[in-house]
Design a protein around this ligand. Structure first.
Ligand code: ZN
Length: 252
């Protein structure tokens, strides 16, 4: 298909007749979901929303014309980051209601499959609840994941830092590749990781905790080890795996 005939897959850019035409071939909608929360001294607070949005767009390019991308949900559940200035959190109830209303709208337009593409761990549990509420209310097939879920071993093998998972070597690398303008390159600094982080990150159980108990500067790992090359490697590997999964999902 030539570029001339390739329409947008981003709902925020589309008119209703364009959506109507696209729906003839679309098999699923992707809802990118992020957060607005502190990401250490070296990343903008939009980090998770940026990663969700950019990755969802890469996915949609690969899967064109079978998926549409909704506007990004750029607030998430981030109570555990509230001790740092600037974080804006939704309550789990608001977040669940928001996803429910978006899914209901998509369903009313005929979408039968919805992919919740999440880039913030704090959203995982409320997303699971949202999926059950949506499924009980109307017949859509839902799936939710973070791209990192598909390549945990790969990321483990590539990241050198002892800890990672937030404003870290891993996350900064992804941002250097996906949204470099949001990385404060002159502020890159290792996480001031506190003793409790060891317990928290290694425990097989979940422990309720504030991020301020894990790290003094809001970051984990060593962001100074981050690179655009590592980000590109991780995103490319994840894209391959997630595309394969979505191709299966749209046939379920
Ligand atoms: Zn993040």
């Amino acid at each position: 298909m030539s570029n001339m005939s390739k329409q947008s897959y981003l709902m925020e850019e589309m008119s209703w007749p364009e959506v109507e035409t696209a729906l003839e071939e679309v098999e699923a909608a992707i809802i990118p979901v992020g957060s607005h929360e502190q990401h250490g001294p070296h990343l903008a607070e939009s980090c998770d929303s940026d990663r969700a949005e950019k990755f969802a767009r890469l996915l949609a390019e690969r899967l064109y014309p079978r998926v549409l991308v909704t506007p990004t949900v750029n607030f998430g559940v981030s109570y555990h980051h509230m001790k740092f200035p600037g974080t804006i959190t939704l309550s789990p109830e608001t977040f669940i209601s928001l996803l429910f209303d978006i899914a209901r709208s998509l369903h009313q337009h005929g979408l039968e499959r919805i992919i919740i593409f999440n880039a913030h761990g704090g959203n995982d549990a409320p997303i699971d609840v949202a999926i059950e509420k949506i499924r009980q209310a109307f017949p859509v097939r839902l799936t939710a994941f973070k791209h990192s879920d598909f390549i945990e071993d790969f990321i483990d093998s590539k990241v050198e830092s002892e800890t990672y998972g937030h404003a870290c070597e891993y996350e900064v690398s992804e941002m250097l590749y996906l949204a470099p303008e949001k990385v404060k390159k002159d502020k890159l600094t290792p996480g001031e990781v506190l003793d409790f982080a060891g317990e928290y990150l290694k425990s097989p159980a979940r422990i309720g905790a504030d991020f301020a108990e894990l790290t003094a500067n809001g970051a984990l790992g060593d962001a100074t080890l981050a690179s655009r090359e590592l980000g590109e490697e991780i995103i490319t590997e994840a894209l391959d795996e997630v595309v394969k999964y979505i191709e299966k999902f749209i046939n379920i």
